[in-house]
Design a protein around this ligand. Structure first.
Ligand code: CTP
Length: 456
């Protein structure tokens, strides 16, 4: 495996793709950025989607592709605004004549222009089109206008074009686009490169390590709240501390983290992509949307949420009065972990590396049911703790856990801060990921953790 050259190590870049035949080259360009150590998220115009499918880009980037200017992210943020605030540079390659015109005039009809308008980061633009179109005074005026904005233009090359004609319009050599991006990022102070700010104005600390760089981790945290009526619900004592600790640890190690968050009394860590899910049904919907086959591929699922096991059969749409007393009929909820495990395994392409799945088991007094849960939920690791023990369980800052796995004897860890439990747990996840990669036919499929091999 070739190590990333690292000129863009830990940098977050948006790649804007517009509707030129050269759009296919953007896939290779994204890989080159990843090989340099960058985390790349992709924005596309609708015509770019006609040239290259989003699935390839989502799979390789480990992020959803944003091609709809009206779309909201799962956490309610506007996709292109979130992208504009989350990245340190935007690279538009290829940029069509139409896009140059829209950008020069500030017409935000697509996610790429909109993100550029909203961002205050370097923008690198690599035009690609017919030679006559590029030479036209209108296009040249638009390019000049973009230069006035401070955008760096990577001039197209001369040569044979898609039309068979010869002219200056061929997308610049990908290496020179990468070099221009590296040069633009080098001009930024290190603090901005490592962190940056989010829409909420919080400063986001950058990763302190990179052993999970390029890995896409989905984590659930908190408890679910199952409505009885618009005012009351059936909940549990989960505060979300453990799931948030795991998310924080994964972010510190360079992972891209999606946090599906139920009822919690702690804030999600800055830098996580947060999707709120109050009920078991909402958490089920989020998991379905964020994992295959409907959602993008991921590398690790950590199911730390305390999902309700029962929910009221027919919640009232109006507030129930006290006078009559109350008998509730309850239905069992589906086992979200078991169903996710089954669905993801069934949808894996033959020979590809499978993700590592982790569950939690809150027990009282005895762990005798844990081995059975490990099997029935189809997970690699199950973290059990005795919530009846002082200092271990709901709402505490520490936990004493026992890690059960399918391939090793159980491990009893001492009472530790939850962040340290998360650290030791993710160490064990990484070992299993390496083992799973070694067993798969296409280890490259695993993602940017092995950037040089992706797709080769
Ligand atoms: N879990 C789930 N869906 C549910 C219940 C639990 O995905 N409906 C997940 C939890 O997130 C946790 C694991 O399963 O990772 C174990 O949860 P636990 O409550 O210990 O197990 P249950 O299957 O609910 O078994 P029991 O309530 O009988 O202990």
């Amino acid at each position: 495996m070739t190590e990333p050259a690292g000129r863009m190590k830990d940098r977050r870049v948006a790649l804007g793709i517009t509707g030129s035949i050269a759009a296919y080259k953007a896939i290779e360009l994204m890989r080159m950025f990843q090989n340099e150590g960058a985390d790349v998220r992709v924005l596309m115009t609708t015509s770019a989607v006609e040239f290259v499918g989003t699935l390839t880009l989502e799979t390789l980037s480990h992020h959803p592709v944003d091609s709809d200017v009206l779309a909201l992210q799962g956490d309610g943020r506007i996709g292109h605004i979130a992208a504009a605030h989350d990245v340190e540079a935007i690279v538009v390659a290829p940029a069509t004549a139409h896009w140059l015109g829209a950008m020069a005039n500030g017409l935000a009809g697509d996610t790429v222009t909109a993100a550029c308008l909203a961002a205050s980061v370097p923008v690198i633009v690599a035009p690609a089109m017919d030679g006559g179109m590029y030479a036209h005074p209108a296009t040249q005026a638009n390019v000049a206008r973009l230069k006035e904005f401070g955008y760096r233009i990577v001039e197209p090359e001369s040569g044979v074009l898609a039309s068979g004609l010869v002219g200056q319009g061929r997308l610049a050599a990908l290496g020179s686009i990468v070099d221009a991006t590296v040069a633009a990022l080098n001009g930024l102070p290190a603090a901005t490169a490592a962190g940056g700010t989010r829409a909420g104005g919080r400063t986001v600390p950058g990763p302190t390590r990179t052993d999970m760089a390029g890995l896409r981790v989905v984590i659930t945290a908190g408890g679910t709240a199952e409505p009885i009526d618009p005012v009351r619900f059936i909940g549990n004592r989960s505060t979300g501390k453990m799931g948030v600790a795991v998310a924080g640890n994964a972010l510190d190690r360079g992972a891209a983290v999606t946090l599906i968050m139920g009822n919690a009394s702690v804030e999600p860590p800055a830098g996580a992509h947060v999707v709120r899910a109050e009920t078991a049904a909402e958490m089920q919907a989020a998991l379905r949307a964020l994992t295959p086959p409907a959602g993008p591929r991921f590398d690790v699922l950590i199911m730390a949420a305390a999902v309700a096991d029962f929910r009221p059969r027919s919640p009232s749409t109006t507030k129930l009065g006290r006078s009559a007393g109350l008998t509730l009929e309850m239905d069992a909820t589906p086992d979200l972990l078991a169903e996710t495990s089954e669905r993801v395994r069934a949808s894996l392409p033959a020979g590809s590396r499978r993700p590592i799945l982790v569950g939690f088991a809150a027990e009282t007094g005895t762990f005798e049911r844990v081995v059975k849960k490990l099997e029935s939920k189809g997970v690699d690791l199950l973290v059990a703790n005795d919530v009846a023990e002082p200092g271990s369980g709901f709402g505490t800052d520490t936990d004493r856990v026992t890690i059960y796995s399918t391939d090793m004897p159980l491990e009893e860890l001492p009472l530790l801060p939850k962040y340290e439990v998360a650290e030791l747990l993710l160490d064990r996840v990484l070992i299993r990921l390496e083992n799973a990669a070694a067993k798969s036919d296409i280890p490259a499929d695993a993602g940017a953790h092995q950037p040089a091999e992706v797709g080769q």
